[in-house]
Design a protein. Sequence first.
Length: 192
Amino acid sequence: MEYMSTEIRSAREAMTIFKILGIKEITTKRQRKNGTQVFELPIHKMYGPSNKYPLRFATYRSGYVRNVTECNASPYQCNKRIESEPEYFKSGKVDSMGRPLYTQFTTRTCELIPNWEERLIYLAKFIIKNYYQKPTYQISDYTMDTIKSQYRQANELRNQSDKLPWCDSVDPESTPIDDIKVIINGHKYNLS
């Protein structure tokens, strides 16, 4: 039995992995012209029962690899982070001999990937490592339909002020018999 290598070494292998995993390229003509490629995973990120967004990643000619999923406030970098070269600024202070003191300042920046093939390989490895080797947001359509129906049912019950969850009518003139008492940080509160 021949085993498939786990190391992705070429853009062709990366595209084959994408095909096997059901990852589609959804690049527009304009993006392609600008040197951008966008890929959509069959995995959805959930924000509440009715909001699911497919995960999307893009590679850019500038060397960036980003998560561009619609629900993100803004795209974020997937590139490795590296320390920048230290820069020195005058601190405005002087030592005991009157010489100016300097402050060292470093930042973390993204390591750009200039080669198209290397960006594609990096993206394939990133997706496999972060979305296919641990629990993911993948939810079947049956589960989504069940969650949505439960959500709708709960909203319907919540919006019926004259009914209890077991469908008994409540007299609008009645007052609650039970008082709920809660103690938070030593303070008593009555909820009724």
